[in-house]
Design a binder for this molecule. Structure first.
Ligand code: RUB
Length: 313
């Protein structure tokens, strides 16, 4: 029989994999909480065994959504401890996890405050998918009394746009819903695109929900500004070492429910795409709004990147 500690961890991993828990920020917080609870319940007095079990648990969570660097940064932050005993290790993991969860929630508010300063009265904003950081920017501007409108995309195949419009409906933000392929048709009415991030690379490029790169290209062609709202833990240290971001490919059934009825048709379902840094005007983080070229500094100064340490991940 599985021990309760691992059972709970596997349950969280499944909820992340199935996207019941989704969005880079939420999965990072869920993973931090899952490792903390696992460490608290782990029955052993051997520090070596404890450390190796925590490592294995971390790996289970890391395998759930391969693109999200928020997961690996969260896991890294939570499992960074020096301990003489199992009890010491539990205390460190608990306080690391609680700090990560609290700071990552606070970061969303700070991003809202900083990013909303770029939104003027009368602006129309376009957003894609469902990003808590991007929504915070828009909502903070709305709450500050700015007269704004939002255009939200459907975000096929998982339709996260429906989550976004539910939030804006609740908040009372005037919102128009479009299919993904209507982005060019409306772009001339848009003043600013605001999207979230799954990953920001060392050169300032963005990995976000599939379709983001097309929107950025369209915004560039229409000379519409493009802002990314991203907590600093969405920046990827490994990209400094030349590592490419793995793009998650999900089940064909999400795109074509009965894809097995077609014998000669291959369905592909990449969940994310890469927006080159030169299509991005600004990345809004909790420690300031930066041009994409400054991404390396965030990785080095804020995430405390060290060559040897990251090379071993
Ligand atoms: C969600 C997505 C979001 C980012 C940022 O993809 O691409 O834009 O994760 O979200 P999925 P947040 O639905 O596949 O997880 O700002 O909430 O972290």
């Amino acid at each position: 029989m599985e021990r309760p500690a691992i059972k709970q961890l596997l349950k969280t991993a499944n909820r992340i994999r199935s996207m019941e828990i989704r969005g880079a920020g939420l999965i990072a917080r869920a993973a931090a909480g899952a490792i903390r609870d696992y460490a608290l319940d782990l029955e052993t007095s051997s520090l070596d065994e404890f450390n190796s079990e925590v490592k294995k648990a971390a790996q289970i969570l890391l395998n759930t959504r391969p693109t999200a660097v928020s997961l690996s940064n969260a896991v890294q932050m939570v499992t960074r401890y020096k301990a003489e005993s199992v009890e010491d290790a539990r205390i460190s993991i608990t306080s690391n996890a609680d700090r990560f969860i609290e700071e990552s929630q606070k970061a969303i508010e700070l991003i809202g405050t900083i990013g909303s300063r770029r939104i003027r009265d009368g602006d129309t904003l376009l957003t894609h998918c469902n990003s808590m950081a991007a929504i915070s920017v828009i909502n903070t501007a709305f709450k500050a009394g700015r007269d704004i409108e939002v255009i939200a995309t459907e975000s096929r195949p998982r339709n996260q746009g429906l989550l976004t419009i539910s939030i804006f409906e609740e908040l009372g933000v005037p919102t128009t819903f479009i299919v993904d392929s209507a982005v060019r048709s409306v772009m001339n009415e848009v003043d600013l695109v605001v999207v979230g991030a799954d990953v920001i690379t060392a050169n300032g490029s963005l990995v976000n929900k599939i379709g983001t790169a097309q929107i950025a290209l369209i915004a560039h062609e229409a000379r519409t500004s493009f802002m990314v709202a991203a907590e600093t833990y969405k920046f990827s240290p490994k990209t400094i070492l030349g590592e490419l971001v793995t793009i998650e490919e999900r089940s064909p059934e999400e795109v074509l429910p009965k894809s097995s009825d077609f014998k000669n048709i291959k369905v592909r379902n990449p969940a994310f795409d890469v927006t080159p840094h030169h299509y991005i005007d600004l990345i809004c983080t909790e420690i300031g709004a930066i041009p994409p070229v400054m991404s390396y500094l965030i990785i080095k100064e804020k995430l405390g990147w060290e060559l040897g340490q990251q090379a071993n991940i």
